[in-house]
Design a protein around this ligand. Structure first.
Ligand SMILES: N[C@@H](CCC(=O)N[C@@H](CS)C(=O)NCC(=O)O)C(=O)O
Length: 198
């Protein structure tokens, strides 16, 4: 199996953390690829051009982080990373954390990849208020977050890790309980091994 990845991708990070937590490191080769590049090697496999992409041993090319992590989890079902239908609360958190990482990614892209004159204040404001609502939600339910490596927790940590690329996110001072949860969760070796540098 091969995971097409990018060290700076917060979505690929989720798949890489899942591979470590599921003890599949020896079964998955990591290949670093370029993105937003018409010469990218990845385009020979996946027309979406997005990471993460998983090339499975049974010949499928999987896109979308949740689909990839669910596939990986089936290879080691003893460890439950992806919530099943019997766990409504974890499914609820998976949905909200996915919207959170999508929104912060949109906001980060506006700031990082578009010239100032092209950045949209209305998109930034929309995503900023969405992120704040979701942060309020997680602060309120922080006693229901635990330290297990569930997909929702990994997605939340990966989204919060974007603070390194989006300093204006400034979430820590207003969300002390969430910060405490995040700082502890970030100590997991899987999170440490995939920590973004920039
Ligand atoms: N919804 C996708 C999002 C993946 C995504 O947007 N990845 C970014 C890197 S962080 C990417 O590959 N962008 C390349 C592009 O948009 O062409 C998922 O859950 O995997």
């Amino acid at each position: 199996m091969k995971l097409f990845s990018r060290k700076t991708s917060q979505y690929a990070r989720i798949a890489r953390v899942a591979i470590i937590e599921l003890d599949l490191v020896d079964q998955v080769e990591l290949q670093e690829v370029t993105i937003r590049d018409r010469h990218s090697e990845l385009l020979n496999y996946n027309p979406t051009g997005k990471v993460p992409t998983l090339a499975t041993d049974d010949g499928f090319i999987l896109s979308e982080t949740r689909i990839i992590v669910a596939y990986l989890n089936r290879l080691n079902p003893e460890i439950k990373i992806v919530a099943d239908d019997s766990d409504g609360f974890s499914q609820q958190l998976e949905g909200i954390t996915t919207a959170f990482i999508d929104g912060i990614s949109t906001w980060t892209r506006e700031r990082k990849f578009r010239h100032e004159s092209e950045q949209s204040p209305s998109i930034i404001e929309l995503e900023r208020s969405r992120a704040l609502r979701i942060l309020d939600y997680f602060e309120k339910i922080s006693d229901r977050l635990d330290q297990t490596p569930k997909l929702a927790h990994i997605t939340l940590a990966s989204a919060l890790g974007l603070e390194i690329r989006l300093p204006e996110l400034q979430w820590r001072p207003n969300y002390p309980k969430l910060a405490q949860w995040y700082d502890e969760f970030s100590q997991r070796p899987s999170l440490q091994a995939t920590k973004p540098e920039s």
